[in-house]
Ligand binder design. Structure first.
Ligand code: SF4
Length: 263
């Protein structure tokens, strides 16, 4: 593969066209993830993910940060996808797995475990033995952004990766849970690109909001559920309680046809 980006050759991995040129050509999720982690298409995010790694928090000093795009995690035949916005600087950007190693992930994986969708209630590093059952956790932006806020241009540049991931998941995918309003704004255009018809006007985000995207010749019906993001701002203030998230994930699991706990 040519990474030079010279005229007539495929774009280099530090060019904005790299995702659109590579994501759609991947035949399975393993190949997609392997291409994704090479991506350097967003200069600001590449600089930030590496800058953070060069200055670890005191608690993580001595650890080698991942400092690359963070792939989705979970099985390739997942019926339920959980979509955040982007990895956290000292969470996924450190451990290399979505929602792993930060407080939001602690809350999310404990809830997934309570619903029977995860093998353990904690996620600390890539080799911790965590297994997800029927669930894939991913994001529309795969590199940690400053202040957890990717720009609209960065969201657009990264979109082909999630579009391709949804394409590969689509034969079995039945439900998507979106964490937070920013994730909602970022995901809906991806679903539109991926072939699901979106209602107009687009429904506003809210916790528990459910959107049914009808089947087309190419796509089966998809249920989209909004959830408050399990950020500390939401969990410390009680805006999102553990029981609220467990209830919502149970509902999503039911819509996805996944086995209930103990089922
Ligand atoms: S955010 Fe997405 S498109 Fe931008 S560098 Fe990271 S993986 Fe590539």
């Amino acid at each position: 593969m040519n990474d030079t980006g010279a005229a007539g050759s495929p774009p280099g991995r530090d060019e904005a066209a790299f995702p659109v040129q590579h994501a759609g050509r991947c035949g399975d999720l393993a190949e997609l993830d392997a291409q994704l982690v090479r991506c350097r298409a967003c200069p600001r995010l590449v600089e930030w993910r590496e800058e953070v790694a060069a200055h670890p928090r005191a608690a993580f000093r001595g650890q080698e940060y991942w400092a690359r795009p963070v792939p989705g995690c979970g099985p390739s035949d997942a019926a339920l996808a959980i979509v955040g916005l982007a990895p956290a600087a000292h969470g996924g950007n450190r451990t290399g797995r979505m929602f792993t190693g930060d407080a939001s992930g602690d809350f999310l994986f404990a809830a997934l475990h309570a619903v029977g969708l995860a093998s353990r209630p904690t996620a600390t590093h890539r080799g911790d033995g965590l297994e997800l059952y029927g669930v894939r956790v991913t994001a529309p932006v795969h590199c940690a952004p400053p202040d957890n806020r990717p720009t609209p241009a960065e969201r657009r540049t990264c979109r082909p990766w999630l579009s391709a991931e949804l394409e590969l998941l689509s034969p079995g995918l039945r439900t998507v849970v979106v964490l937070g309003a920013f994730g909602w704004q970022a995901l809906l255009p991806v679903l539109g690109d991926a072939g699901w018809p979106l209602p107009r006007p687009r429904p506003a985000f809210g916790h528990g909001v459910q959107l049914t995207l009808p089947a087309t010749g190419r796509r089966r019906e998809l249920q989209v559920l909004g959830s408050y993001h399990p950020s500390q701002r939401n969990t410390f203030t009680g805006r999102l309680t553990f029981d609220m998230l467990v209830d919502l994930l149970s509902r999503a699991a039911g819509l996805a046809g996944l086995e209930p706990p103990g089922g």
